[in-house]
Design a protein around this ligand. Sequence first.
Ligand code: LMR
Length: 328
Amino acid sequence: VRALVCLLSIALAGPLRAGEAIDGPIVIKFSHVVAEHTPKGQGALLFKTLVEERLPGRVKVEVYPNSSLFGEDEEMEALLRGDVQLIAPSMGNFEPYSKSIKLFDLPFLFNDMAAVDRFQSGPVGRSLLRSMKWQGITGLAYWHNGMKQLSANRPLREPDDARGLKFRVQTSQVLEEQFRALHAKPRPMSFAKVYQSLSSGVVDGAENPYSNIYSQKMHEVQPYITETNHGLLDYMLITNTAFWNSLPDDVRDELLKISTEVSVEVNRQAEALNQEAKQHILDAGTSEIIELTPEERDRWREAMKPAWKKFESEIGTYLIKAAQTANR
Ligand code: LMR
Protein backbone atom coordinates (compact mmCIF):
# COMPACT_ATOMS: atom_id res chain seq x y z
CA VAL A 1 0.00 0.00 0.00
CA ARG A 2 2.79 2.38 0.89
CA ALA A 3 4.43 1.73 -2.49
CA LEU A 4 1.15 2.44 -4.22
CA VAL A 5 0.70 5.71 -2.33
CA CYS A 6 4.23 6.66 -3.24
CA LEU A 7 3.67 5.91 -6.93
CA LEU A 8 0.39 7.81 -6.87
CA SER A 9 1.95 10.89 -5.33
CA ILE A 10 4.69 10.88 -7.97
CA ALA A 11 2.07 10.58 -10.70
CA LEU A 12 0.02 13.41 -9.21
CA ALA A 13 3.05 15.68 -8.84
CA GLY A 14 3.81 15.05 -12.49
CA PRO A 15 7.09 13.81 -13.90
CA LEU A 16 10.26 15.58 -12.95
CA ARG A 17 10.87 18.09 -15.69
CA ALA A 18 14.06 17.81 -17.65
CA GLY A 19 16.83 19.80 -16.12
CA GLU A 20 14.82 20.41 -12.93
CA ALA A 21 17.06 18.36 -10.72
CA ILE A 22 15.92 17.87 -7.17
CA ASP A 23 19.26 19.01 -5.89
CA GLY A 24 20.39 21.84 -8.07
CA PRO A 25 19.69 24.45 -10.70
CA ILE A 26 18.92 23.83 -14.36
CA VAL A 27 22.23 23.96 -16.20
CA ILE A 28 22.39 25.54 -19.66
CA LYS A 29 25.57 24.80 -21.55
CA PHE A 30 26.15 27.46 -24.19
CA SER A 31 28.81 26.41 -26.66
CA HIS A 32 30.23 28.60 -29.42
CA VAL A 33 33.21 28.81 -31.73
CA VAL A 34 34.37 32.44 -31.62
CA ALA A 35 36.49 34.50 -29.24
CA GLU A 36 34.91 36.29 -26.29
CA HIS A 37 35.60 39.79 -27.60
CA THR A 38 33.25 39.41 -30.57
CA PRO A 39 29.51 40.07 -30.92
CA LYS A 40 28.58 36.43 -30.24
CA GLY A 41 31.16 36.02 -27.48
CA GLN A 42 29.86 39.13 -25.70
CA GLY A 43 26.25 38.04 -26.23
CA ALA A 44 26.85 34.68 -24.58
CA LEU A 45 28.44 36.36 -21.54
CA LEU A 46 25.65 38.91 -21.21
CA PHE A 47 23.09 36.11 -21.46
CA LYS A 48 24.82 34.29 -18.58
CA THR A 49 24.96 37.45 -16.44
CA LEU A 50 21.28 38.30 -16.91
CA VAL A 51 20.05 34.74 -16.39
CA GLU A 52 22.01 34.27 -13.19
CA GLU A 53 20.87 37.70 -11.94
CA ARG A 54 17.19 37.10 -12.62
CA LEU A 55 16.89 33.37 -12.03
CA PRO A 56 19.35 32.96 -9.14
CA GLY A 57 19.70 29.39 -7.94
CA ARG A 58 17.26 28.17 -10.57
CA VAL A 59 19.31 28.39 -13.76
CA LYS A 60 23.06 28.31 -14.23
CA VAL A 61 24.70 29.10 -17.57
CA GLU A 62 28.08 27.66 -18.56
CA VAL A 63 29.67 29.37 -21.58
CA TYR A 64 32.24 27.48 -23.66
CA PRO A 65 33.85 29.84 -26.23
CA ASN A 66 36.41 29.21 -29.00
CA SER A 67 35.26 25.69 -30.00
CA SER A 68 36.49 24.54 -26.58
CA LEU A 69 33.56 22.15 -26.12
CA PHE A 70 32.29 21.54 -29.66
CA GLY A 71 33.51 22.76 -33.04
CA GLU A 72 31.37 24.27 -35.75
CA ASP A 73 30.82 20.90 -37.41
CA GLU A 74 29.72 19.23 -34.14
CA GLU A 75 27.67 21.76 -32.20
CA MET A 76 24.34 21.28 -33.98
CA GLU A 77 24.32 17.55 -33.34
CA ALA A 78 25.43 18.14 -29.77
CA LEU A 79 22.38 20.38 -29.31
CA LEU A 80 20.05 17.78 -30.82
CA ARG A 81 21.54 15.08 -28.55
CA GLY A 82 21.07 17.33 -25.52
CA ASP A 83 24.78 17.65 -24.76
CA VAL A 84 24.40 21.45 -24.92
CA GLN A 85 21.25 23.54 -24.55
CA LEU A 86 22.13 26.76 -26.40
CA ILE A 87 24.21 27.53 -29.47
CA ALA A 88 24.24 30.41 -31.96
CA PRO A 89 25.52 29.01 -35.27
CA SER A 90 25.98 31.21 -38.27
CA MET A 91 23.32 30.76 -40.92
CA GLY A 92 25.39 28.51 -43.21
CA ASN A 93 25.24 25.79 -40.58
CA PHE A 94 21.48 25.38 -40.94
CA GLU A 95 21.62 23.97 -44.45
CA PRO A 96 20.91 20.35 -43.47
CA TYR A 97 17.82 21.50 -41.54
CA SER A 98 16.30 24.32 -43.56
CA LYS A 99 16.21 25.39 -47.17
CA SER A 100 14.78 28.78 -46.24
CA ILE A 101 17.67 29.84 -44.04
CA LYS A 102 20.01 29.60 -47.03
CA LEU A 103 18.51 32.97 -47.83
CA PHE A 104 20.88 34.72 -45.43
CA ASP A 105 23.98 33.48 -47.28
CA LEU A 106 23.03 34.99 -50.66
CA PRO A 107 25.72 37.54 -51.53
CA PHE A 108 24.68 41.21 -51.67
CA LEU A 109 21.15 40.42 -50.45
CA PHE A 110 20.87 43.14 -47.80
CA ASN A 111 22.09 46.71 -48.35
CA ASP A 112 23.00 47.21 -44.72
CA MET A 113 22.36 45.97 -41.19
CA ALA A 114 19.29 48.19 -40.81
CA ALA A 115 17.69 46.22 -43.65
CA VAL A 116 18.61 42.96 -41.90
CA ASP A 117 16.89 44.24 -38.74
CA ARG A 118 13.76 45.23 -40.65
CA PHE A 119 13.53 41.81 -42.27
CA GLN A 120 14.22 39.80 -39.11
CA SER A 121 11.76 41.73 -36.96
CA GLY A 122 9.00 41.43 -39.57
CA PRO A 123 6.57 38.50 -39.83
CA VAL A 124 8.58 36.54 -42.39
CA GLY A 125 11.84 36.87 -40.48
CA ARG A 126 10.16 35.88 -37.23
CA SER A 127 8.53 32.84 -38.82
CA LEU A 128 11.95 31.48 -39.75
CA LEU A 129 12.82 31.23 -36.04
CA ARG A 130 10.06 28.67 -35.70
CA SER A 131 10.65 26.88 -38.99
CA MET A 132 12.79 24.03 -37.59
CA LYS A 133 10.70 23.20 -34.52
CA TRP A 134 9.74 19.79 -35.79
CA GLN A 135 13.35 18.91 -36.29
CA GLY A 136 14.03 19.61 -32.65
CA ILE A 137 15.42 23.12 -33.13
CA THR A 138 13.73 26.20 -31.64
CA GLY A 139 15.01 29.62 -32.70
CA LEU A 140 14.95 32.25 -29.96
CA ALA A 141 16.55 35.31 -31.56
CA TYR A 142 18.81 36.66 -34.27
CA TRP A 143 22.24 37.93 -33.32
CA HIS A 144 24.38 39.90 -35.74
CA ASN A 145 28.03 39.80 -36.38
CA GLY A 146 28.11 41.96 -39.48
CA MET A 147 29.13 42.17 -43.08
CA LYS A 148 31.89 39.90 -44.38
CA GLN A 149 35.11 41.07 -46.00
CA LEU A 150 37.35 39.06 -48.32
CA SER A 151 40.89 38.36 -47.18
CA ALA A 152 43.66 36.77 -49.25
CA ASN A 153 47.37 36.33 -49.72
CA ARG A 154 47.24 38.68 -52.70
CA PRO A 155 45.33 41.88 -53.43
CA LEU A 156 41.75 41.45 -54.62
CA ARG A 157 40.45 44.58 -56.28
CA GLU A 158 38.57 43.17 -59.25
CA PRO A 159 36.54 39.94 -59.14
CA ASP A 160 38.93 38.37 -61.60
CA ASP A 161 41.73 38.67 -59.02
CA ALA A 162 40.07 35.80 -57.12
CA ARG A 163 40.16 33.44 -60.09
CA GLY A 164 41.85 30.12 -59.26
CA LEU A 165 42.41 30.95 -55.57
CA LYS A 166 41.31 28.56 -52.83
CA PHE A 167 38.94 30.13 -50.30
CA ARG A 168 37.85 28.63 -47.02
CA VAL A 169 34.06 28.60 -46.72
CA GLN A 170 31.67 27.50 -44.02
CA THR A 171 29.88 24.28 -44.94
CA SER A 172 27.30 26.13 -47.02
CA GLN A 173 26.41 25.31 -50.62
CA VAL A 174 25.44 28.92 -51.24
CA LEU A 175 28.86 30.13 -50.16
CA GLU A 176 30.57 27.46 -52.24
CA GLU A 177 28.61 28.65 -55.24
CA GLN A 178 29.49 32.26 -54.50
CA PHE A 179 33.20 31.42 -54.89
CA ARG A 180 32.59 29.22 -57.95
CA ALA A 181 30.92 32.23 -59.54
CA LEU A 182 34.29 33.98 -59.14
CA HIS A 183 36.04 30.97 -60.73
CA ALA A 184 37.71 30.39 -57.38
CA LYS A 185 37.89 27.11 -55.43
CA PRO A 186 35.77 26.85 -52.28
CA ARG A 187 37.15 24.69 -49.48
CA PRO A 188 34.59 24.00 -46.74
CA MET A 189 36.06 23.66 -43.26
CA SER A 190 35.10 24.43 -39.69
CA PHE A 191 36.02 27.73 -38.10
CA ALA A 192 38.66 26.39 -35.72
CA LYS A 193 40.79 25.22 -38.67
CA VAL A 194 40.83 28.49 -40.59
CA TYR A 195 43.87 30.20 -39.10
CA GLN A 196 46.08 27.12 -39.53
CA SER A 197 44.88 26.53 -43.10
CA LEU A 198 45.54 30.13 -44.06
CA SER A 199 48.93 30.12 -42.42
CA SER A 200 50.08 26.86 -44.02
CA GLY A 201 48.75 27.80 -47.45
CA VAL A 202 46.10 25.04 -47.60
CA VAL A 203 43.83 27.91 -48.63
CA ASP A 204 44.69 31.35 -50.05
CA GLY A 205 41.83 33.36 -48.65
CA ALA A 206 38.67 33.50 -46.57
CA GLU A 207 35.65 35.66 -45.78
CA ASN A 208 34.61 36.97 -42.39
CA PRO A 209 33.72 40.21 -40.60
CA TYR A 210 36.60 42.16 -39.05
CA SER A 211 35.81 40.94 -35.51
CA ASN A 212 36.45 37.31 -36.49
CA ILE A 213 39.46 38.16 -38.68
CA TYR A 214 41.12 40.05 -35.85
CA SER A 215 40.25 37.77 -32.93
CA GLN A 216 41.46 34.68 -34.81
CA LYS A 217 44.63 36.53 -35.89
CA MET A 218 43.81 35.89 -39.55
CA HIS A 219 45.19 39.32 -40.37
CA GLU A 220 48.65 38.04 -39.40
CA VAL A 221 48.53 35.53 -42.27
CA GLN A 222 46.41 37.49 -44.76
CA PRO A 223 48.32 40.49 -46.12
CA TYR A 224 45.27 41.84 -47.97
CA ILE A 225 41.70 42.43 -46.88
CA THR A 226 39.21 43.84 -49.37
CA GLU A 227 36.31 45.71 -47.79
CA THR A 228 33.62 44.16 -49.96
CA ASN A 229 30.79 44.00 -47.40
CA HIS A 230 29.52 41.34 -49.80
CA GLY A 231 27.53 39.15 -47.47
CA LEU A 232 26.08 38.81 -44.02
CA LEU A 233 27.46 36.85 -41.10
CA ASP A 234 24.52 36.43 -38.81
CA TYR A 235 23.56 33.96 -36.11
CA MET A 236 20.40 32.31 -34.88
CA LEU A 237 20.32 31.68 -31.16
CA ILE A 238 18.76 28.23 -30.88
CA THR A 239 17.82 25.67 -28.28
CA ASN A 240 16.71 22.06 -28.27
CA THR A 241 12.89 22.02 -28.63
CA ALA A 242 12.34 19.15 -26.16
CA PHE A 243 14.53 20.85 -23.56
CA TRP A 244 12.75 24.15 -24.11
CA ASN A 245 9.30 22.61 -23.74
CA SER A 246 10.35 20.80 -20.59
CA LEU A 247 11.22 24.02 -18.74
CA PRO A 248 8.86 25.44 -16.10
CA ASP A 249 6.73 28.12 -17.79
CA ASP A 250 8.08 31.03 -15.77
CA VAL A 251 11.68 30.02 -16.45
CA ARG A 252 11.02 29.67 -20.17
CA ASP A 253 9.30 33.07 -20.30
CA GLU A 254 12.18 34.74 -18.50
CA LEU A 255 14.80 33.06 -20.71
CA LEU A 256 12.97 34.20 -23.83
CA LYS A 257 12.74 37.73 -22.49
CA ILE A 258 16.45 37.72 -21.73
CA SER A 259 17.42 36.34 -25.14
CA THR A 260 15.44 39.13 -26.80
CA GLU A 261 17.09 41.75 -24.61
CA VAL A 262 20.52 40.31 -25.32
CA SER A 263 19.90 40.33 -29.06
CA VAL A 264 19.05 44.05 -28.93
CA GLU A 265 22.35 44.65 -27.12
CA VAL A 266 24.43 42.37 -29.37
CA ASN A 267 22.99 43.95 -32.48
CA ARG A 268 23.55 47.44 -31.11
CA GLN A 269 27.22 46.75 -30.36
CA ALA A 270 28.21 44.47 -33.25
CA GLU A 271 29.15 47.25 -35.65
CA ALA A 272 31.29 49.01 -33.04
CA LEU A 273 33.13 45.76 -32.28
CA ASN A 274 33.83 45.27 -35.99
CA GLN A 275 35.07 48.84 -36.39
CA GLU A 276 37.28 48.44 -33.33
CA ALA A 277 38.72 45.21 -34.80
CA LYS A 278 39.32 46.96 -38.13
CA GLN A 279 41.29 49.66 -36.31
CA HIS A 280 43.37 47.02 -34.49
CA ILE A 281 44.17 45.40 -37.84
CA LEU A 282 45.24 48.77 -39.27
CA ASP A 283 47.37 49.42 -36.17
CA ALA A 284 49.02 45.99 -36.45
CA GLY A 285 50.17 46.96 -39.93
CA THR A 286 50.14 43.36 -41.15
CA SER A 287 47.44 43.76 -43.77
CA GLU A 288 46.50 46.34 -46.30
CA ILE A 289 42.80 47.10 -46.25
CA ILE A 290 41.60 47.70 -49.80
CA GLU A 291 38.55 49.95 -49.97
CA LEU A 292 36.48 49.72 -53.15
CA THR A 293 34.83 52.48 -55.14
CA PRO A 294 31.07 52.01 -55.63
CA GLU A 295 31.75 50.98 -59.23
CA GLU A 296 34.31 48.38 -58.20
CA ARG A 297 31.93 47.01 -55.58
CA ASP A 298 29.18 46.77 -58.21
CA ARG A 299 31.46 44.56 -60.28
CA TRP A 300 31.79 42.15 -57.33
CA ARG A 301 28.02 42.18 -56.98
CA GLU A 302 27.60 41.27 -60.66
CA ALA A 303 30.29 38.59 -60.49
CA MET A 304 28.69 36.87 -57.46
CA LYS A 305 25.13 37.18 -58.69
CA PRO A 306 25.06 33.80 -60.53
CA ALA A 307 25.14 32.15 -57.10
CA TRP A 308 21.53 33.29 -56.64
CA LYS A 309 20.18 31.45 -59.68
CA LYS A 310 20.96 28.02 -58.33
CA PHE A 311 19.12 28.52 -55.05
CA GLU A 312 16.26 30.88 -55.87
CA SER A 313 13.56 28.23 -56.22
CA GLU A 314 14.83 26.17 -53.29
CA ILE A 315 14.82 29.20 -50.96
CA GLY A 316 11.55 30.50 -52.37
CA THR A 317 11.05 33.66 -54.35
CA TYR A 318 8.63 35.05 -51.77
CA LEU A 319 11.35 34.89 -49.10
CA ILE A 320 13.87 36.60 -51.34
CA LYS A 321 11.30 39.29 -52.20
CA ALA A 322 10.53 39.84 -48.51
CA ALA A 323 14.23 40.28 -47.78
CA GLN A 324 14.68 42.69 -50.69
CA THR A 325 11.68 44.71 -49.61
CA ALA A 326 13.51 45.36 -46.35
CA ASN A 327 16.16 47.23 -48.37
CA ARG A 328 13.47 49.83 -49.12
C1 LMR B 1 32.71 31.06 -39.61
O1 LMR B 1 32.70 29.81 -39.62
O2 LMR B 1 33.46 31.73 -40.33
C2 LMR B 1 31.76 31.76 -38.69
O3 LMR B 1 30.53 31.14 -38.82
C3 LMR B 1 32.21 31.67 -37.28
C4 LMR B 1 31.23 32.33 -36.37
O4 LMR B 1 30.47 31.63 -35.74
O5 LMR B 1 31.25 33.56 -36.33
